[in-house]
Design a protein around this ligand. Structure first.
Ligand code: ADP
Ligand code: NI
Length: 219
């Protein structure tokens, strides 16, 4: 199989597997991350096949939709990739990305410059989709999916979360902006990622400013 054929086969597999996924982690999220990853890759010396397969398979089985089990994603990816004619080394690199991309596994860490560049690119691409207009849409969608409040002035954001409190958090969706989304800008790995994140970060700040003004009946 050519690289293009491998990517196309993977797209078909992911579309099929994510048919019933929650809208913030569905095929369209994967497709946006794939596009972001290709854009960032233009400025980085990376193996584009590893980046492509990593981006396409990164949410194939998110642990929060599998009772917290973090082994399902890499296992499914490995099973699928093994069914194609593909080098073992490439499979290893792709599974490494799926295992290490998650925000909750990186809480308290500034960035991942010691990780392979292919992981850094896919991680930036995934983080960009948590920012900007799409980031806001995804956050409120996820909050609705979990029946969370939009905002509650009496529940302050928890800025000292560890992996367990983050996973079990039931706080209002606005808090998620302070607990995760606004922290992403300073965790970006690549220069292209940083530049796009800065613009999307400002969009979040503008949104919050308008949100509070409306909440308080100021304008
Ligand atoms: P990761 O998979 O990198 O650990 P998450 O899956 O927790 O990160 O978050 C992915 C996206 O899901 C977030 O960017 C956000 O859009 C949404 N999300 C996750 N947790 C929350 C939450 N508590 N409130 C609102 N949105 C959330
Ligand atoms: Ni993702």
């Amino acid at each position: 199989m050519t690289n293009t054929e491998l990517v196309e086969a993977t797209i078909d597999f992911v579309k099929e597997t994510l048919l019933d996924a929650e809208a913030g982690h569905d095929w369209f999220h994967t497709q946006r991350v794939f596009k972001n990853a290709l854009l960032i890759s233009k400025d980085e010396k990376v193996d584009v096949l590893v980046v492509s397969l990593g981006a396409l398979l990164h949410d194939i089985a998110d642990s929060k939709f599998h009772k917290g089990d973090e082994t399902v994603g890499p296992r499914l990816a490995r099973e699928f990739l093994s069914s194609l004619e593909i080098e073992e080394k490439t499979i290893e690199q792709v599974c490494y990305i799926i295992e290490h991309i998650s925000f909750k596994n990186n809480i308290g860490k500034k960035n991942n410059t010691r990780h392979p560049l292919e992981l850094q690119v896919v991680q930036d691409a995934d983080r960009l989709d948590a920012l900007g207009a799409i980031g806001i849409a995804r956050a409120f969608h996820y909050g609705g999916f979990k029946n969370r409040k939009l905002y509650d002035p009496d529940i302050p954001p928890n800025l000292n979360m560890n992996k367990s409190t983050y996973k079990n958090s039931e706080s209002p969706t606005i808090n998620h902006f302070y607990e995760k989304l606004l922290l992403l800008k300073d965790k970006m790995n690549t220069e292209t990622g940083k530049r796009i994140a800065a613009q999307r970060h400002d969009f979040l700040l503008n949104f919050l400013e308008q949100f509070y003004a409306e909440w308080n009946g100021d304008r």
